[in-house]
Design a protein around this ligand. Structure first.
Ligand SMILES: *Cc1c(COP(=O)(O)O)cnc(C)c1O
Length: 377
């Protein structure tokens, strides 16, 4: 289909004006993208940490195309080709023995499933989450998202949720009791600007949950599928969640999400569902994505360190290929300078956030670091 030159006017007239947009990116390959004027960019944003295998990885594109020629949709009232195979692989990488998967179409829907599962299996109604935590925009997940600007205009929200300072185990143990269905947290707070959990924090949260028979939901929508240098963030701490939610990096941009819940923790027939969840295209994209990520995973932490060393003068926080630099009000200006010099970055809560494709090359990292340093100086 032909693209039109007056897309800005069209957008303004016909699309709800929610996002501040600038470029129109029309093509991508690996960690590079091109806009409609032919300008090239190194993509350190990856569509919000989504394009883990880079743009249009041939293995992913061909898996989607091949499946699209066979069966695009059939619903979950049939065995979906590739779904069980994908679930096996997904459960495998979580390391949770006897666990099972439930598929969704996004991160917020994955959390929605996790919340419903915790509510229905524990019989409890209260939740605990953390200051600056982000879990999505649908009403259940929104109940647990800290930012008032996102949450308060939509109250009343369905779940009672108490917010604790991230890292404060004493406050957490004061609040968690036998009325709490689950504690939900990110292993690294992403939308907050890449704030890794203090060492020992996740272990402490795990213990408090166990002591109170509350479930631990780890929201790995952003950190999961290799982003931090391991398949999941909790694997750095050697703990196991009751439920792990994932999305962003799982399908290389094909909309998909999932939860994996430990053995014995499952929805019963009729308790949850979805028309599109775990469809043939999503599972094809997901399976191809996991194969590619598996091959690059051993290199993720080393590549992240290249960023951290290159940007050391600006005290970055880095875990795998998640990098955050606190800038406050300067962030938008730095982001713009980077873009003008051919590097896409992002501002999250006043921090410059870099979440590039996991396949980014050393040479691209070097070039991006040069541009970012120049913009920061
Ligand atoms: C992006 C994100 C979500 C929401 O995912 P969507 O696919 O946008 O619904 C939830 N939790 C975390 C940690 C995220 O980064």
């Amino acid at each position: 289909m032909e693209l039109r030159d007056d897309y800005r006017e069209l957008d303004e007239k016909y699309v709800m004006q929610i996002f501040a947009r600038d470029l129109r990116i029309v093509r991508g390959e690996g960690a590079k993208v091109w806009d409609d004027e032919g300008n090239e960019y190194i993509d350190c944003f990856a569509g919000i940490a989504v394009c883990s295998t880079g743009h249009c990885h041939p293995a992913v594109s061909s898996a989607i195309c091949e499946q699209a020629g066979q069966l695009i949709h059939i619903s979950n009232l049939f065995y979906v080709p590739g779904q069980a195979e994908f679930a096996e692989k997904l459960v495998g990488i979580t390391g949770l023995k006897g666990a099972r998967a439930f598929f969704s179409n996004s991160g917020t829907e994955a959390n929605e499933a996790a919340i419903k599962l915790a509510r229905v299996r524990t019989g409890r109604t209260k939740f605990v989450a953390f200051v600056h935590g982000f879990h999505g925009r649908t009403c259940g997940a929104l109940s647990m998202t800290h930012k008032e600007a996102y949450r308060v205009p939509f109250s009343p929200l369905p779940y009672e949720c108490e917010f604790i300072e991230y890292g404060d185990l004493d406050a957490l143990s004061d609040v968690v009791d036998s009325s709490v269905a689950a504690v939900i947290t990110e292993p690294v707070q992403g939308e907050a600007g890449v704030l890794p959990a203090p060492k020992g924090f996740l272990k402490g949260v795990r213990d408090i949950c166990t002591d109170n028979e509350s479930l631990l939901i780890l929201d790995e929508v952003q950190t999961g599928i290799g982003r931090t240098g391991k398949w999941f963030g909790y694997q750095h701490e050697g703990i196991e969640p009751d439920i792990v939610s994932m999305a962003k990096g799982i399908g290389s941009g094909f909309p998909m999400g999932a939860i994996v819940a430990r053995e014995g923790l499952s929805f019963l027939p009729g308790e949850h569902g979805g028309t599109y969840n775990g469809g043939p295209l999503a599972c094809a994209a997901g399976r191809a994505t996991l194969e590619v990520v598996e091959s690059v995973l051993p290199d993720v932490e080393r590549k992240g360190r290249l960023f951290a060393e290159g940007l050391a003068a600006h005290t970055p926080r880095q875990i795998g290929l998640m990098i955050g630099i606190t800038l406050g009000d300067r962030c938008a200006e730095v982001q713009r300078k980077c873009r003008e010099a051919g590097v896409l970055t992002n501002c999250a809560s006043g921090s410059l956030r870099l979440v590039p494709p996991l396949v980014i090359t050393d040479e691209e990292i070097g070039a991006a670091v040069g541009v970012i340093n120049e913009a920061l100086d």
